[in-house]
Design a protein around this ligand. Structure first.
Ligand SMILES: *Cc1c(COP(=O)(O)O)cnc(C)c1O
Length: 328
């Protein structure tokens, strides 16, 4: 899933060389970027299409994940206009309460999808661990398999894709559990950051520092550790104030909430992010103060990564030689 990289074709190519069998993104604009880079792999739109984008969706995506019959009808009409067959995967609600058709309604939506021209019912899927942190396990994955079996029996067909979920499914699948009928996972965060997202544990064989954020120091020196004057709210609410008295070694960096999620950054050892506003990030530097002009490198959580990749003020540099070495 390329959404966290703004549909980076360079990173997608590395993944394809490493054995990934298809690509997906939540934004049709990112799929267009991948197609424009002559990527021929199967592209899936993983967010239910906007009605205003159905024509673009059938042009850019081979498949889309769907939850709304009205949208599916419009996809059928758009696919007919484009003289294409568009793949539909029906997403089922299994407890996390973000997107998904309620299990009792699945058969009816499948029935109508099968009757619509220029669509193929490619499978069913679910998405957990996003809105309420519901963990994928033998129970909900078994429920997905049972739903797949019952749709196949009812309509006398085979569903090629049973998509079990996102990076949150890795704990379950790597625990040695029988994946049953699940033959597809949609992985983004785990491949980029090298951690499974349920407990943020590093994944065997993956790098946790494949992506770093570099910011430049624009002010550096001792500052009193406590503010003075009458206190009200600050720009973005939260400021961590060091407990100690006296002064701190403080660096101000030219990056802020406009560029990334400053609270999802991991500062180098000995440094602590004490707060950030839209354009300034304040670091308590302990005993080693970086001078003005120095670069400080951060590791990123997912929300920090997504925002850094989409900020026009952060340049994205891909070191492909290193990436290719890491794959081989
Ligand atoms: C974002 C997303 C994914 C990928 O999730 P990761 O946690 O990055 O692996 C998969 N499926 C859907 C529907 C998504 O929205």
């Amino acid at each position: 899933m390329t959404k966290a990289t703004l549909g980076s074709a360079e990173i997608a190519q590395v993944w394809l060389r490493a054995g990934v069998t298809g690509l997906g993104d939540s934004r049709v604009e990112n799929l267009r970027t991948l197609r424009a880079a002559s990527i021929t792999a199967r592209l899936t739109l993983i967010r239910s299409p906007m009605l205003t984008q159905v024509d673009a969706v059938v042009r850019q995506a081979d498949v889309s994940l769907n939850t709304d019959i009205g949208v599916i009808r419009q996809l059928s009409a758009a696919a007919a206009r484009a003289q294409r067959v568009h793949g539909v995967v029906l997403m089922v609600e299994l407890g996390d309460l973000r997107e998904g058709i309620m299990p009792d309604d699945l058969e009816g939506v499948a029935y109508e999808t099968l009757r619509l021209p220029n669509l193929s019912l490619d499978g069913i899927g679910t998405n957990l661990a996003c809105h309420n942190g519901v963990s994928p396990d033998a129970t909900n994955m078994g429920q997905l398999a049972m739903l797949a079996d019952s749709i196949e029996r009812r309509f006398g067909l085979v569903l090629p894709t049973i998509s079990g979920g996102n990076s949150g499914n890795l704990d379950w699948v790597l625990s040695g559990a029988d994946p049953g009928r699940v033959n597809d996972l949609r992985l983004g965060e785990s491949l980029l950051l090298g951690r499974e997202p349920l407990h943020r544990r590093p994944l065997d064989g993956l790098h946790t520092d494949a992506i770093t954020l570099v910011a430049e120091v624009i002010e550096s020196g001792p500052k009193p550790s406590q503010p003075w004057g009458t206190m009200a709210q600050s720009t973005f609410g939260t400021t961590v104030r060091p407990e100690r008295k006296g002064s701190t070694q403080q660096a101000v960096l030219a990056i802020g909430e406009q560029d990334t999620d400053c609270h999802a950054l991991v500062a180098p050892l000995g440094f602590e992010v004490t707060g950030a506003s839209s354009d300034h990030l304040v670091l308590d530097c302990g005993s080693s103060l970086p001078p003005v002009g120095a670069e400080v490198r951060f590791q990123l959580g997912y929300s920090a990564l997504v925002r850094a990749m989409t900020s026009p003020f952060v340049s994205q540099v891909t070191n492909l030689r290193q990436a290719a070495l890491a794959v081989s």
